[in-house]
Ligand binder design. Sequence first.
Ligand code: DC
Length: 253
Amino acid sequence: MPLFCDGIFFICYFLLSFFCWIFATMLPKIIITIDGFSSCGKSTLAKQLAKKLNYTYIDSGAMYRAITLYFLRNNIDWTKEKEIHTALQNISFEFLPNELSGNTEIYLNGENVEYIIRDLVVAEKVSEIAALPEVRTFAVAAQQKIGKNKGIVMDGRDIGTTVFPNAELKIFMIADEAVRVERRFSEMFKKNPNVTLDEIKNNLALRDYIDSNREVSPLRKADDAIELDNTHLTEKQQLDFALRLVKKVCEPV
Ligand code: DC
């Protein structure tokens, strides 16, 4: 009898998952952009949303981090336009799925750099490099190419304003500064127990400032973006909120 019940349960679970998958694939594929300040939880939401919808998740910040890593490793003098130009010609990105996590990870010239680009050494320079006009033109072109077939969730700072101004759904995430610092600190502390709360706080403040005040596509909320303040939300609550928005956009009225 228990074996019979297990069998029924398994079949029901399989059928339900199958119909959810069919339903998700039948909906028109759209572009979902998620912008906001550092450590607002953009990537957490974007990854979960992509999994639920069977979309590809693209972390645009990872591209700027990978470019920064390349510049640092190769001693590129980014005050010299010619050096930047030559360096960018030698950079190629790929986003490939990690079979274990189900998330996409970034490859820089064939090397998986998903984890190394999260180091504080890279974080300290990335906003400065992401503000360089030639770097932005290069990264934006790569992002637009990836989005050609839709069915993507991309997070960043200018995705709803510059990269995909016509995206079907734009979310702008915000959260209280203290919460953001705490989140980033616990993430970084796992990798480096010597990191201090002050270091994280200063790094976030500096990046927020540079990201919002740079000349080329500064961080700002697109006029048609929907604001999501997740200071007091659980991951599930923010995912449900976003899924309701997707439903509204995709389902015929
Ligand atoms: O999301 P993140 O912290 O990994 O982003 C790293 C840096 O890249 C961030 O400080 C600003 C920059 N960035 C950007 O300028 N535009 C984007 N679309 C994404 C990130």
